[in-house]
Design a protein around this ligand. Sequence first.
Ligand code: C2G
Length: 134
Amino acid sequence: MKKVITFGTFDIFHVGHVNILERAKALGDYLVVGISSDILNFSKKGRMPVYSIQERMRIISALKFVDEVFIEESLELKEQYIKDFDADILVMGDDWEGKFDQYKSLCEVAYLTRTPSISTTEIIEVVRQPSDKD
Ligand code: C2G
């Protein structure tokens, strides 16, 4: 059985998230998703996620192509996570291109093209815009 591992915050779940998780699963038989803790997201993006870690884990684990989820506590623990879950391939969006190449001695590393024109940050900005009626 080929095990795939991927990581992300997956805040305000959107179609870009579905696309990468579905394509990640298609590269193997079993998909494990490390979901960034609220504090890790704060350190990455300078804001707390809109959805809590419990909510984000509940959403991601409900997807049919996700087999297992866990909390990603630190960006520096990838080696341990890859070993703990016995992953054969690490998959990330290409905004991380090259960033995880040091793990190529442990497993395959693949960067998939991001879905264009959608991100959590853009959704927050659009929702914040006052509508014409306001
Ligand atoms: N993604 C995508 N297309 C988008 C938006 C996001 O393919 N339009 C992908 C990202 O490339 C990433 C995953 O969806 O692989 C999750 O994205 P984020 O929630 O923004 O997670 P990120 O902050 O990149 O966390 O250890 C690594 C980090 O925890 C990754």
